[in-house]
Design a protein around this ligand. Structure first.
Ligand SMILES: Nc1ncnc2c1ncn2[C@@H]1O[C@H](COP(=O)(O)OP(=O)(O)O)[C@@H](O)[C@H]1O
Ligand SMILES: [Mg+2]
Length: 242
């Protein structure tokens, strides 16, 4: 008995094998799906290659939850919110977040710890200052740019985590405000989380981003105030106290 006959014998009588044409059609479909996925992967790799893999600078690449020290109640709370955010993300409940506070309080550290935890599990992240983002969008109008504005906007709308850094440091013009609005909107529609790092308090941030954007961000999001002094000053004071 050959293999085909053996298989036919083993098969229940109601199972009708695919015809050759059906098999070819299935094969063709799977080739098309695979090449579409490969194409999309290639496109997003190209965008990532142009942007740098994650935008996380050298200073923050090593930032993790393990090397974040908690010396006061506020830091402990910020730490807990950030860690919980990661587990909720992987439980399929992505949230937005706003980290507000003065320079050196560890906003980037915790945001990068979150981003690094995502990357460790093959999620895509982009951490970028608003100034840099606007520069890159402007650059995409340039014909020599290797990726189009549409590709870049699609990436911004779809990257698993987008962290906008230094929000409010630079005054935005109307066009830039509209751009930011549409990025936040697109991510909201795609159920992709956005993080905001800013020196501004809630009133000033609302002025800068507009009420609608703030509402969208906080609809399913966490606001964390980083109210302690800068990490380096804190470290100096502790040393000085010895
Ligand atoms: N609680 C902390 N534990 C360990 N390192 C910290 C902590 N807070 C800040 N740092 C470090 O201090 C430096 C400045 O922090 P950063 O996150 O860039 O501040 P921010 O973004 O709020 O201006 C970084 O090198 C960061 O890793
Ligand atoms: Mg910072």
């Amino acid at each position: 008995m050959n293999l085909m006959q053996k298989l036919q014998q083993a098969m229940p009588s109601h199972v009708v094998p695919y015809t050759r044409e059906q098999m070819e059609q299935i094969h063709q479909q799977s080739v098309e799906q695979t090449s579409l996925a490969a194409y999309e992967h290639h496109q997003s790799c190209k965008v990532q290659a142009v942007l740098g893999r994650s935008g996380i600078g050298k200073k923050h690449l090593k930032c993790s939850f393990e090397n974040y020290t908690t010396a006061n109640q506020g830091q402990r709370q910020a730490f807990n919110v950030s860690r919980r955010w990661v587990s909720e993300f992987f439980d399929g409940m992505p949230k937005n977040f706003v980290f507000s506070g003065s320079t050196g309080t560890g906003k980037n550290h915790l945001a990068c710890a979150m981003a690094n935890a995502l990357m460790a599990r093959n999620k895509s992240v982009l951490v970028i200052t608003v100034a840099e983002l606007m520069l890159k969008i402007r650059d995409k109008y340039n014909k020599a740019s290797t990726i189009t504005e549409a590709q870049f906007m699609k990436y911004l709308a779809e990257v698993d985590l987008l962290v906008l850094d230094e929000v409010g440091v630079q005054r935005m013009n109307d066009h830039e405000a509209i751009m930011l609005n549409s990025i936040v909107d697109a991510r909201y529609t795609n159920e992709k989380p956005t993080g905001i790092l800013s020196n501004l308090n809630v009133n000033d941030l609302t002025q800068v981003l507009g009420e609608r954007v703030i509402e969208r961000l906080l609809e399913s999001g966490e606001w964390v105030s980083f109210t302690w002094e800068s990490y380096r000053r804190q470290a100096r004071n502790i040393k000085g106290a010895d």
